[in-house]
Structure formats: C-alpha cells, structure tokens
Design a protein around this ligand. Structure first.
Ligand code: NAD
Length: 370
C-alpha cells in the first residue's frame, strides 16, 4: 500500500503521525511511504532520518494526500484539508468527531474511511491510543504545578520537596485513573505529601497497594475535597466520567478556602474542566489567576513534549496501521474487532454510535457494511 505522512497544520501541533522507525516497519513489510518534507521536524525527526529508512520525500502536501491510499496523521484534518478527502482513502488519526460536525459531514460526503485512534479498543475494553497522552499529561501536571507555584508566576513561592528543616508541599490529586496515577508518581518522586481521591474504591485500593504509606488515599466527597483545598499547595484535577462533561468538583466559592498563590492544574479541561473557574488555555499563555489562585488549564498538554508524545503515540498505532496496510481496510476491520471499533465513518455512513447520536444522524453498524 502507498502510505502518506503529512505535516500537522493545526495551530502549535508539533507531533507527527509516523517516526522514522515506523516508516522503516512499513517499508520492511513491503509498503511505500511518501512524506511531506519537514513533516517530522517539530518532533525532532529530520527528513534525512525518513529517507535513510526508505521514506520518499515530497514537496507539496497535496501531492501526498492525492497519491496516498492511507494517510497517517495525529490530529483531525482542519477545514483547509477537507478538499483532500475522497472515496477510497483511509484516514488513520485522532478524529474526535462528536465535537466536530463539519468534519463529520466532510468525511461522510467524501466516503472516506475515517479510523479514529480514540475509539480503538483493546482486549480489556480499554482505549489504548488515549492512554499514552494521559500518562504524559499526568506526569506533566505536577511538574507544571511545581513551576507555576514559583513566585515569578504568581505562585506562593514554595519548593514542592521542601528542604531539610522546611515542610514539604501538599499535592492533592482528584481522580486516580491514568492521569492521577502518573501525577502521583511524579509528586512522590519530588518528595511532596500526596493525597489522591477517587470515587472508585477498587481503584483506591489498587493505588494504596501500589504506593503504600507514601500516599494518602481518600474517597472523593465534597467535604473531603473542601478540607483538602485548605491544605493543598497544588491541586491536580484528573477526573473523567466517560462520554460526559467533567463535574465541577471545586466551585468558585471554594477558592476562598485555598492559600493565596496555590495552584490548580485542571488536566480534565478537555472535558470542560473539573474546577468551575477553569477555561482552556494554551502553551503560549498557560495560566491565569482567580481569587489569588493560579490556574493552569492547557487543553493539549502533550503538545509541549512533541517528541516524547509522538513516540508514545506511534508505539500504540503502528501495529494496527500495519494491519490496515497489509490487509486493506475491509479485511483488517473484518478480522480485528478492536480496530473495527475505531471505524467512525465508512462508505458514506457514520459507524460510531456516539458520533451519530451527537448530531442526531443515522448510525449504521459497521458489521453490515463489510
Ligand atoms: N489536558 C490534556 O492535555 C489532557 C491529556 C490527556 C488526558 N486529559 C484528560 O484527563 C482526564 C483524565 O483522564 P484519564 O485518562 O486519567 O481518565 P481515567 O478514566 O483513567 O481516570 C479518571 C478517574 O476519575 C475518577 N472519577 C470520576 N469521578 C470522580 C469524582 N467525582 N471524584 C474523583 N474521581 C472521580 C474515575 O473513577 C477514574 O478513576 C480526562 O478528562 C482526559 O480527557 C487531558
């Protein structure tokens, strides 16, 4: 199959859909890979690295889009790329269609096979292509809290680890899933006092087994949260209720309980945020202050570590990408139910129930089309 790699053109997106290692795997499997010159530079992969493993450089993105049978990307196409969508094209990327009606319409109208990383499943029913980004955001969250609590950024001027004779900082993590657990590891590593809350008691038991006496686990209730806010130097919001907006677990009034210069890091901002005062920020201007409390609410945290994020993402997408290339889309999704779960649009139909429901469109079971 002819695989195409294009440069991401969404604002400040530096990740890329294939590393040179991935290209090497496709080429070894007998496929051809054409890539837009400069596609990987933002993630630290120069053109030469792709050429060395058999990638074929192309000047113009439209030439890649038009020639390739499968385009491997990171982010959903933006408006200026819709013209490249066409019947017979496989688009393998994050799509997040339930939040994007124009793109859904464009994929359906063009009859593109849209395979969305975010709905691909694994044997345990998890969403393997979302996990690495949560791992990254979780690890970054405490590092960002440690930075923005510095005086120059409006923080209270505290070192999370303390020093001999000076108290360690208190880090409170609300939500003990992937983001929360990774945040916990970094907070422990920095030597902070860590409290982690969740409403899933099995998860709390797991975290307790894993981290033992190095952390305090607490059932997440409004009163436990409010009590914790009074002590916390850094609070990480890491909750998720699948398919729903994040609940507001910290209200604006609650900020008065907090110390001036403490920091709220709302990782759940991409689901609306779990603090009432959250609004999405960017890497250019990551923070704002409300009632003396610093808020960090960057919606695409992994974008700041494009190289790590690219490698982590492609580690989870390469195997299924090779299956698509090797068998063709129809055969690959017929044989692999996890990959089938990733098919959001096919042959002019919406084949993901969540997307169809979001726009009141007709849902067609992919099983009927293959
Ligand atoms: N900002 C970013 O760049 C970025 C990157 C990756 C993920 N995220 C977001 O981070 C959030 C967390 O993702 P995740 O992968 O850890 O999800 P996850 O499903 O692994 O974990 C979420 C946890 O929240 C818990 N929870 C639900 N309601 C709660 C409540 N009221 N109090 C306490 N805990 C509660 C759940 O029991 C679960 O353990 C999601 O909204 C995700 O989209 C953001």
């Amino acid at each position: 199959m002819l695989i195409g790699l294009v440069k991401e053109i969404k604002n400040h997106e530096y990740r890329v859909g294939l590393t040179p290692n991935c290209v090497s795997e496709y080429v070894s499997a007998g496929h051809r890979v054409i890539f837009e010159k400069g596609a990987g530079v933002g993630a630290g992969f120069e053109d030469d690295a792709y050429i060395k493993v058999g990638g074929e450089p192309v000047d113009a993105p439209e030439d890649v889009w038009q020639a390739a049978e499968m385009i491997v990307k990171v982010k959903e196409p933006i408006q200026s790329e819709y013209k490249y969508l066409r019947d017979g094209l496989i688009l393998y990327t994050y799509l997040h269609l339930a939040a994007d009606k124009p793109l859904t319409d464009a994929l359906v109208a063009s009859r593109t096979a849209g395979i969305a990383y975010e709905t691909i499943t694994d044997e345990a029913g998890g969403l393997p292509c979302l996990v690495p980004m949560s791992e990254i955001a979780g690890r970054m969250s405490v590092a960002q809290g440690a930075k923005y609590i510095e005086k120059t950024y409006g923080g209270m001027g505290v070192l999370l680890s303390g020093v001999p004779g000076v108290k360690k900082a208190d880090v409170m993590i609300i939500g003990g899933g992937t983001v929360g657990m990774e945040a916990c590891k970094i907070a422990i590593g920095l030597g902070a006092n860590v409290t982690i809350m969740d409403i899933n008691t099995k998860r709390l038991a797991y975290l307790d087994d894993l981290f033992g006496s190095r952390i305090q686990t607490l059932y997440s209730t409004p009163s436990n949260i409010r009590e914790g806010l009074g002590r916390a130097d850094v609070v990480v919001g890491a909750v998720l209720i699948p398919g729903r907006k994040a609940p507001h677990l910290v209200r604006k009034d609650d900020l008065s309980l907090m110390q001036k210069g403490s920091v709220l890091v709302d990782v759940a901002v991409d689901q609306g945020g779990c603090f009432e005062t959250t609004h999405a920020t960017t890497h250019q201007e990551p923070t704002f202050i409300v009632d003396g409390v610093v808020h960090y609410c960057v919606a695409n945290m992994p974008g700041a570590v494009a190289r790590t994020a690219t490698i982590a993402l492609t580690n989870t997408t390469i195997r299924l990408g090779l299956e698509l290339a090797g068998k063709g889309v129809k055969e690959a999704i017929r044989e692999n139910t996890n990959l089938r779960a990733g098919v959001n649009t096919y042959d002019g139909n919406i084949t993901c129930k969540g997307v169809a429901d979001a726009f009141n469109y007709n849902y067609v079971d992919i099983g009927r089309l293959i």
